[in-house]
Design a protein around this ligand. Structure first.
Ligand code: UDP
Ligand code: MG
Length: 335
């Protein structure tokens, strides 16, 4: 597939939104300003906003804006499917040669799109933005994020860049590759690394949210981290084997000590402490490994059900007119 990278290249900006009513106006204004400065031809860009089942006025605001602006395309999902799935719905609909994925809370500055495009024109297929600083986020979130990115780098054989979220530009052939990777516990940044091609990063300072609160409480972050690790590593499954070896080694050492004490002192220990310790320790190890197995088995079950990743309730606006070499159009309900 040829990717146009010259002056005729088209651009899609994809934004998933969940209860971001207070951000919509500013978001649209800032993206429009940035695209105006890029001086793209009038028919050469689209903005795809995916409403992920918001309960506030995000959707009505988007629909009103789409009625007045043909660059804007709104996809409203039938319920809240989560950030990664909402982003996938947007990427599925994107028709540009270059596709930028960004958050709707303006933590990812649209002003970086120009720098993304410059790298894209140099021939890169993925340009990701690496966080130098994170403003307005709790020390806890910053610490857990640091630990997470470094853990996942050790556990996986796909090189996933550290401190890098989903804010990035992807070329059309990367988007097509993602359309063929329909796993449902999605870790988009990992999938994009897995795709390969020429990738590069540019550093940026992550801004504070423009308005509203984070939609990622600790429980969701934890689940997301598990999705990332289980999708790209089998090492946790191997932990059971390692635990087995370690426990056997400990048992062997304890046995040698007990026998030694018996031979040399003739004293037969009552053995309460060591028995309790062995029961608790082994019980713990077994529960942990069953839990790890469960994480993988649950994901296999989810995949095998083969449900669609998301359902679209309504779409509005046309965005980019499909280019002549366009992909087969994605039906409203996409697997
Ligand atoms: N989001 C979404 N569905 C969700 C949760 C979040 O579409 O179920 C969107 C949200 O509106 C935002 C982006 O995903 O545009 C990132 O979410 P958030 O800013 O809450 O995450 P954080 O930056 O705190 O990690
Ligand atoms: Mg955010």
């Amino acid at each position: 597939m040829t990717v146009r990278r010259g002056a005729d290249a088209t651009l899609s900006v994809v934004v998933p939104l969940y209860n971001e009513g207070a951000n919509v106006e500013e978001l649209l204004a800032r993206i429009r300003r940035v695209v105006d400065e890029l001086a793209l031809p009038p028919a050469a860009w689209e903005l795809i906003c995916v409403d992920d089942g918001s309960r506030d006025d995000t959707l009505p605001q988007l629909l009103a804006a789409a009625a007045a602006d043909r660059h804007l395309r709104v996809i409203s999902l039938s319920r809240n499917f989560g950030h990664q799935i909402a982003a996938t719905a947007g990427l599925d609909a994107a028709r540009g040669d270059a596709v930028v994925l960004m958050d709707g809370d303006l933590q990812d500055p649209p002003e970086l799109i120009g720098a993304f495009l410059a790298k894209f024109r140099e021939g890169y297929d993925v340009v990701y933005a690496t966080r130098r600083k994170r403003a307005g986020e709790s020390p806890f979130k910053i610490l857990t994020a640091r630990v997470f990115y470094r853990t996942i780098r050790r556990l996986t054989n796909v090189a996933i860049p550290v401190d890098t979220g989903d804010f990035r530009l992807m070329s059309r052939r990367v988007i097509v590759a993602l359309r063929n990777a329909r796993e449902r516990h999605r870790f988009i940044r990992g999938l994009v690394s897995w795709v390969g091609f020429k990738q590069t990063g540019i550093p940026y300072d992550r801004a504070e949210r423009f308005a509203g609160d984070s939609k990622y409480p600790f429980s969701k972050m934890f689940r997301f981290a598990l999705d990332g690790i289980t999708a790209f590593s089998e090492i946790p499954l191997r932990l059971a084997t390692w635990f087995g070896f370690v426990v056997s080694a400990i048992a062997f050492v304890v046995a040698v000590i007990e026998i030694g004490i018996r031979i040399f002192t003739g004293y037969n220990l009552p053995g309460y402490t060591s028995t309790i310790f062995a029961i608790l320790f082994l019980g713990g190890v077994q529960l942990i490994t069953i839990g790890i197995l469960g994480e993988y088995v649950g994901r296999i079950y989810d995949e095998i059900k083969g449900r669609p990743l998301y359902l679209v309730a309504e779409t509005s606006g046309s965005g980019l007119d499909a280019p002549s070499d366009s992909l087969p159009s994605t039906a409203p309900v996409v697997r």
